[in-house]
Design a binder for this molecule. Structure first.
Ligand code: FES
Length: 156
């Protein structure tokens, strides 16, 4: 005998009832959707977000970076996903800042006298202090200790 693929007469053919869902108006849907979007965007602003670089722990040998041979020189280095700028401010002193713009996460570039963000034009001093253009906060700066005996710069 062949197996039967058809439904037997004992099985029900009535549709399965669907649980009723609460009715949401278009206005409520838009408001709740907008609030959810704002919450997601705010979550991105918490530490680790695109405009909030994390902590840094890095050592480098200054002589490996010819740009740092003279006062005023700037070298780009990275720590994890954090692009950094190291600025020689004196024979034994350095400023170190994150190149992540606090406005919306652009990557700032040295302009020879500080930094400029190519996205909306914010400008910053070598120390990371906001200096004009698009209003925003300062670049994140990191402590830097230079050992003149070994030529090693310890950042973070
Ligand atoms: S992202 Fe840098 S000024 Fe807007």
């Amino acid at each position: 005998m062949k197996p039967e693929n058809r439904m037997s007469h004992n099985e029900s053919t009535a549709p399965t009832p669907v649980p009723s869902l609460p009715c949401v108006s278009r206005r409520q849907f838009v408001i709740h959707g907008s609030l959810a979007t704002v919450a997601i965007l705010l979550a991105g602003c918490v530490s680790g977000g695109p405009t909030s670089p994390g902590s840094v722990s890095l050592t480098l040998t200054v002589s490996d970076y010819p740009a740092l041979a003279n006062v005023g020189g700037v070298a780009y280095v990275t720590s994890g996903n954090n692009p950094l700028a190291v600025v020689r401010t004196g024979s034994d002193t350095f400023d170190v800042v994150s190149r992540i713009c606090p406005h919306a996460g652009g990557t700032v570039n040295s302009n020879g006298n500080g930094f400029t963000c190519p996205v909306h034009g914010a400008r910053f001093a070598d120390s990371g202090t906001w200096a004009g253009g698009q209003p925003t906060s300062n670049l994140t700066s990191y402590s830097a200790q230079y050992d003149a005996g070994t030529g090693i710069l310890t950042i973070g």
